[in-house]
Write a protein that binds this ligand. Structure first.
Ligand code: HEM
Length: 396
């Protein structure tokens, strides 16, 4: 399917989403759209082979015979110097499958629900109470606190509110240096990212050595991971599971506000699961995925050779399916593409969905809220808001 969405956005939600994207990537966003307008698969010097069709993207992600996450231009160029050689994101084949199998019992529904109850209960009770009392609340701050709380849990630290902001700031430091056109991280960013991750994962190592089911690193040990594998897994969770949620949660609420779906969610006439899934489709908090070509083949008729970098523009793959409409089911080729496809499909999806629903429920529980003010985040890897101030529509 060819991308045709080059016209100026018209609805309020589209204008805001457009602004979110262009504030983050003033050049790259426009460039990607211009590329996609030329066809579903386009070779671009210095960037790679850009794929903006959902069915072709899924084919690439599921075809491990021809594409890899470990070759030139793939995520391993970015993350191996920081995280080490064996952390899911930069593994393939039998080793990757074996580690995934051992991790399959990690984010079970019971564990995820318990984690959210344990670590998010207090920040979310505060959110509902403050909104219900007529206060203004910055949802970006709340999402950062929730991310910080989840990070404490992941690295095996007690989830104490005074740690949350620093934990989030540390984790976001690691992704700061990534840019679409960069094939690797500059050495000083690698050093900085390794320092920060070393600090964060040091507590994970203590928790791993203590063992037991009451911390996530302890559970990793129980699942049979070695200390190095557990440290790597914790690093991968911090890298993939922090900024995606901090970007998405405020955008979800802004989008539902701008389209009046927030009222339908509150009065129970909307299916919250469908609304969240459709909001993921139009925002796509993981806007691109990278692969390296391992063996000669073709994508949609465009020949590719070993060493070529494939840029799957998930945002563009999803945007051709039209305006925000939670009542319209997603076609099979698109289904949850924002969480990937094939062997690297997002391991943390159950945790992500539980955190998203917990924050959304806490906002809805406060009463009819409105967006009082907002500001988009500039020059960030994952587009989002810098501030999203919510308040009750009519204060009591
Ligand atoms: C809305 C939130 C999230 C989105 C949109 C998202 C998206 C993705 C995507 C697209 C991939 C596949 C990348 C690829 O194939 O190149 C991925 C992989 C992964 N995600 Fe998520 N993610 C989210 C939250 C989380 C959370 C909360 C965690 C855990 C704490 C997590 C852990 C992982 C891990 C470990 C992988 C690597 C899996 C592998 O390579 O086998 N993610 N995620």
């Amino acid at each position: 399917m060819t991308v045709t969405t080059t016209t100026a956005p018209d609805a309020t939600w589209q204008r805001w989403e457009h602004r979110v994207q262009t504030s983050a990537h003033p050049v790259a966003f426009r460039l990607l759209r211009a590329i996609a307008a030329r066809g579903p698969v386009v070779r671009v010097p210095r960037v790679g082979v850009v794929v903006s069709d959902a069915a072709l993207a899924r084919d690439v992600l599921c075809d491990t015979a021809h594409y890899t996450k470990t070759g030139p231009g793939s995520p391993s160029d970015l993350w191996t110097p920081v995280l080490g050689p064996a952390v899911l994101l930069n593994m393939e084949g039998a080793d990757h499958a074996a580690l995934r199998r051992r991790l399959s019992g990690l984010f079970t529904p019971g564990y995820v629900a318990g984690l959210c109850d344990r670590v998010l209960a207090q920040p979310l009770a505060d959110l509902t109470r403050r909104l219900a009392a007529g206060e203004e609340v910055d949802l970006v701050r709340v999402a950062q606190s929730c991310a910080g709380a989840a990070i404490c849990e992941i690295v095996g630290l007690p989830a104490e509110p005074e740690r949350f902001a620093a934990a989030h700031a540390d984790a976001s430091e690691v992704t700061k240096a990534v840019r679409l056109w960069r094939h690797s991280l500059p050495p000083r960013h690698v050093r900085r990212a390794r320092d920060v991750l070393g600090r964060l994962t040091a507590s994970a190592v203590h928790a791993y050595r203590r063992g037991g089911d009451d911390t996530l690193p302890g559970r990793l040990r129980g699942l049979g991971l070695s200390e190095d594998e557990a440290r790597g897994a914790v690093g991968a969770f911090l890298l993939t599971g922090t900024e995606t949620l901090v970007s998405f949660i405020p955008r979800l609420v802004a989008l539902c506000h701008d389209t009046a779906w927030l009222d339908r969610l509150r009065d129970g006439t909307a299916d919250a699961g469908a609304v969240v899934e459709e909001a993921l489709r139009v925002t796509v908090p993981s806007p691109v995925m990278l692969r390296s070509v391992a063996r000669p083949t073709a994508i949609g008729g465009v020949p590719v050779a070993p060493g070529d970098r494939v840029v799957i523009a998930t945002l563009l793959c999803a945007s051709v399916y039209g305006a925000f409409d939670p009542d319209r089911p997603h076609p099979p080729e698109l289904r949850r593409l924002w969480f990937g496809a094939g062997p690297h499909f997002c391991l943390g999806m159950p945790l992500a969905m539980a955190q998203i629903r917990a924050v959304l429920d806490a906002v809805l529980a406060a009463g009819p809220v409105t967006v009082a003010r907002r500001r988009t985040a500039r020059h960030v890897l994952i587009p989002g808001y810098a501030r999203l101030i919510l308040t009750l529509r009519s204060a009591p």
